[in-house]
Write a protein that binds this ligand. Structure first.
Ligand SMILES: [Zn+2]
Length: 133
């Protein structure tokens, strides 16, 4: 599956965003190495800390279906903002554990597309290796 198709699915997921507070809509789509896709959208809450970002929704969906880090090929994350947005700090930490550090993270706002990775977005990351002695 090419990046354009993955971005299209992420934009479709964005239509399902629940964002009554920020009005900032995010969609995401994880592509697994066996060709499956898992979409996610941001789901806000009046208790803002309970909000879940679109990329976490998508990667949690993939994991909920039994996929793991080695199975994930790429993730597309899209917004309706004026500029291309990168994942928030919480999502960078989550993605650093759940997808390969070199897997493409394809970011787009429909006008511009940028390809990053966990390696580029979170170079000095806290991992499970920090917990071992
Ligand atoms: Zn986030």
């Amino acid at each position: 599956m090419n990046h354009e198709t993955l971005l299209k699915l992420a934009f479709e997921a964005m239509d399902n965003a629940y964002a009554p507070y920020s009005h900032y809509h995010v969609g995401a789509c994880v592509l697994t190495k066996d060709g499956k896709t898992f979409i996610g959208a941001n789901i806000e809450n009046a208790s803002f800390g309970a909000t879940n970002c679109g990329e976490r929704s998508a990667v949690f969906a993939a994991y909920s279906h039994g996929y793991r880090k080695a199975d994930i090929e790429a993730i597309a994350i899209v917004t309706d903002g004026d500029r291309v947005a990168a994942p928030c700090g919480i999502c960078r930490q989550v993605l650093s554990e759940l997808i390969d550090a070199k897997a493409p993270i394809i970011l787009s706002n429909g006008k511009e597309t940028v390809i990053e990775s966990v390696e580029s977005l979170l170079p000095m990351r806290f991992t499970s290796e920090d917990l071992s002695e």
